[in-house]
Design a binder for this molecule. Structure first.
Ligand code: GDP
Length: 228
């Protein structure tokens, strides 16, 4: 359910903005790059839990990952030439991962590579058992690109939770930022309870706790692993 709080600096919709006491704490600062995979076959073992970050190139995805993990260079890996079109994995603790999906919108890439990208992405999104949710990063000034809409449609088809991160919120004053959030929320209302949304700024470090708490919910280790 959406909870809409007039006085809150960000409209987050859920209980998820708070970390319930019974959840295992996840220390995002421990995130470490592990591997880059060209396709699902090369991905790490499909056990535990992972959340994937997706977004159009330049949306602010790498900066958001760095802010999340409070590390300056974590997502530099994903920008290394030769790795920009790979699925990059970051492990936080055994069986708990953040995944950086290749940015979409590389204008000069040949058609054949775009098709390859789509094939690898749909395979990953559809077959990956440990994938719990998607964080869809959008520049608050240009939300809901064709790519974003495609991802939301896909999430609805397979009933995958999607957290929209409206980043670079420092580019707007509070009023226009909230207006954008509300209009994106309205347009994506068909996602129902699958959707959570927030404003975020890597530059000003705004929204980090909300993001961390949402991810903590999704990345909870299974009870037996946690006790082991
Ligand atoms: P990616 O291609 O989606 O990984 O995007 P990057 O994280 O590399 O960011 C693209 C550009 O946007 C860079 O010039 C960043 O400095 C800038 N940027 C990213 N996040 C923010 C933010 O929160 N505020 C502002 N003002 N600029 C940002």
């Amino acid at each position: 359910m959406w909870h809409y709080n007039q006085s809150a600096p960000t409209y987050n919709l859920t209980q998820s903005s708070k970390r319930p006491m019974d959840l295992v704490k996840i220390n995002f600062q421990l995130a470490k790059y592990t591997i880059s995979a060209p396709s699902i076959k090369q991905c790490p073992e499909d056990t535990g839990a992972e959340v994937a970050f997706a977004g159009r190139s330049n949306a602010g995805k790498s900066s958001a990952l760095n802010t999340l993990a409070q590390q300056n260079k974590l997502a530099r890996t994903s920008k290394t030439p030769g790795r920009t079109q790979l699925i990059n994995f970051f492990e936080i603790q055994p069986g708990v991962r953040i995944v950086d999906l290749p940015g979409y919108g590389f204008a000069k890439v040949p058609e054949r590579l775009k098709r390859e990208w789509q094939k690898n992405m749909s395979e990953y999104l559809e077959k990956r058992e440990s994938l719990k949710a998607i964080v869809l990063v959008m520049d608050i000034r240009h939300p809901l690109s064709d790519f974003d809409r495609m991802m939301c449609d896909w999430a609805q088809d397979v009933q995958m939770p999607v957290h929209i991160l409206l980043t670079k919120s420092d580019k707007f004053k509070r009023g226009p930022a909230q207006a954008t959030l509300l209009s994106v929320k309205k347009e994506m209302a068909h996602l129902g309870d699958l959707l959570t949304i927030q404003t975020f700024s890597s530059l000003k470090k705004v929204g980090t706790t909300i993001l961390q708490n949402q991810l903590t919910q999704w990345l909870q280790p299974p009870k037996d692993e946690e006790e082991a």
